[in-house]
Design a binder for this molecule. Sequence first.
Ligand SMILES: [Zn+2]
Length: 470
Amino acid sequence: MILIRIRNDSPDAPRTGGQDLKQTAKSTPGVLLTNANVLDYLPPQMHAAPDPRVELADLRIQGGRIVERGLGLAPRAGEEVRDLDGRTIMPGLINAHHHLYSTLAPGMPPPANTPRSFQDVLTEIWWKLDRALDPEAIRMSAVSGAWDALRCGATLIFDHHSSLTTVGGSLDLVEQGMRDAGVRGCLCYEVTDRGGPGSRDTCLEETRRYLQKTAAAGEGVPWFKGLAGAHASFTLEDGTLDSLAEICTEFDTGVHIHLAEGSTDREICQDRGWPDPLERLDRHGLVRPRSLLAHGVDLTPLDLQTIEEKGAWLVHNGRSNMNNGVGRAPVDRFPPRSCLGTDGLDGNMFGELRTTFYRGNETGRGPLGFHGAERFWIGGYQLAREIFGEPFGSLDAGAPADFLIGCEDQKQPLHRGNWLGLLLFGMQPRLIQEVWVDGAPRYRRGDPAPYDGKACRAAAKRIWDRMANL
Ligand SMILES: [Zn+2]
């Protein structure tokens, strides 16, 4: 095996791996990976139906993309060649709903008032954490959380950010942290009215600023995109929903928002005299293509039909729903445009897929079923295609060179007939040898973290101490 060492001389290059510096693939010589056992899910044509396949192939990588796929490809002058000897390659994993700002939360002291409800969990934990974050803690949370996710195989995270006392510029801090880790992102700020009208306007300004920044199409596959973002119907006034809809129309985008995460959303909307959450978002024009609705636990069959008809996405976060005790999402009735997210718990998408499947079986086979899990998994790549305009989920010529390489000691053979079973029951982050994003390795097993652990722990202690006084 030839170890690829690439010098970092590009200012835009994500920094990874401590002393082992790498650069964006744009200026690297090509790389030829031979004899890979390649799993991919979608043809390279943007609107093609899923067609999972597994086959032995060589992949030629140049400029952040796979430029050629075949068997027996001849090396070109100056090209690095690596024989993978039958090891697995599969597309990098897509996390459709995450909160990197919560990365430093594990281990924090329990809240003084024990949460008795989901609303208590929000007010006693998350709404204190997001007010305690300072700029350095935001960046540190992003780099360390993205590094966790990368090592679990994730190459693209749809992040839902909140830091209520540091709003302006906060998405740049998240972006910088993710660049430092080497992970792509689709970012948004959780607009809310819970801080009052002045705070809400600052949230809307940050949303608009970041959408303007990421609107311009550059060369290659974009590293970052933006969405309008919002917390949840029950913390948003009607005028704010109108402002979000205006932003969506102006930037031809959707909103990334929590929807019906348990009954709280509906109950508070009813107390306020508002329609139920999905109907309310729909009346304001926010249930639309490119909108990303997270959870959907407390939805009616009519709500689910509306989401499907309007072309919005629904994200299942099974482990988070279990942790928060908000109920069981009706995953068997989720629309075709559905995918999976970790909701700030961790970056482990294999774990999310597995738990989703287990939960479907908990009270008897189904309701999700074996192949139900497949559509949620592939849905993440279809979502990424819609937002980025790039053929994610394919490892054919023209696709982004975002993938993971399995270890030499993978125990079971992978073939077309067993890929889902192997992902559900066999794949673990510890079986990942390397993760490539934009045509270059951003993580290789054994790499040091791209941040100072001592500084990270100091940031965690600092925000925990602040939370105790909020
Ligand atoms: Zn969430």
